[in-house]
Design a protein around this ligand. Structure first.
Ligand SMILES: CC(=O)[C@@H](O)[C@H](O)COP(=O)(O)O
Ligand SMILES: NCC(=O)COP(=O)(O)O
Length: 237
């Protein structure tokens, strides 16, 4: 059974566009859970262009499912996560000026840094995940850091799938098999959508969780949040 965690960055983007509190991020998060989502994901970025650090703290009192905070582990992010204590933290190596996440960790080159950060979060009883490309060597490097899970960076799969090419799944199957053989849990995310999610979840063994934001909010413009969440849950059965 694969859990659906809804990334609510785009709700914060919409709210910030007018400077007020519409839509109310906390109410939307609670509604998303009531509609059936099994987790809430946020990705506070240093410029707070969507999720603000205060949002991350406020959501702690609202989220009753699984709370997942993603981000690049600079000291401010580490302090935030240790204060909020979500169920899961996902480490993403995003540049400050990147428009969105655009790479997974090189777990070999950053082994000692990642080991330290993972150790800090695990000592606080927070489950850890590392965002990685679908590469068995990189997955093996992630296992060496002591992380609980990896998050497979699915952009390349989504891009190929949108052109009718399902062979983009092949490296993800190899990476997932490596993860399972090393005892790592498997999450996935980035550019997953109603179009590509079912094939991905059917092909990837032991997929524990997907986090989906951009496409899910876009699809909700046409079908409504409640319907879209149920459509995802149906495809993940
Ligand atoms: C980690 C990841 O894959 C991202 O998709 C992410 O959390 C989205 O971030 P933005 O909403 O800032 O594009
Ligand atoms: N971890 C991926 C995520 O939270 C959402 O990514 P996207 O669906 O906004 O591309």
């Amino acid at each position: 059974m694969t859990k659906l965690s809804v990334n609510i960055n785009k709700i914060a983007t919409l709210r910030n566009a007018r400077g007020g509190n519409v839509p109310d991020l906390l109410k939307v998060a609670a509604d998303i859970e009531n509609f059936g989502a099994e987790g809430i994901t946020i990705h506070p970025r240093p410029d707070e262009r969507h999720i603000r650090y205060q949002d991350a703290r406020d959501l702690k009192n609202i989220v009753t499912t699984e709370y997942n905070i993603e981000g690049n582990p600079n000291q401010k992010f580490i302090d935030l996560v240790l204060t909020v204590k979500p169920e899961q933290v996902t480490l993403v190596p995003d540049g400050v000026d990147a428009i969105t996440s655009n790479a997974g960790w090189d777990t070999l080159a950053n082994a000692s840094f990642l080991r330290d950060v993972i150790g800090t979060f695990k000592a606080a009883n927070i489950r850890t995940s590392i965002f990685v490309n679908a590469d068995p060597k990189i997955v093996a490097g992630a296992a060496d850091t002591g992380t609980d899970r990896i998050e497979l960076y699915t952009e390349s799969y989504a891009e190929a799938f949108s052109k009718g090419d399902t062979s983009g799944i092949t490296p993800f199957i190899a990476a997932a098999e490596m993860a399972t053989s090393l005892g790592l849990g498997i999450n996935a995310g980035h550019d997953l959508s109603l179009d590509n999610i079912q094939y991905f979840s059917e092909q990837i063994p032991n997929l524990l969780e997907v986090s989906i934001g951009h496409a899910l909010i876009c699809e909700s413009l046409y079908f409504g949040l409640d319907n879209v969440i149920k459509m995802y849950l149906n495809k993940l059965k």
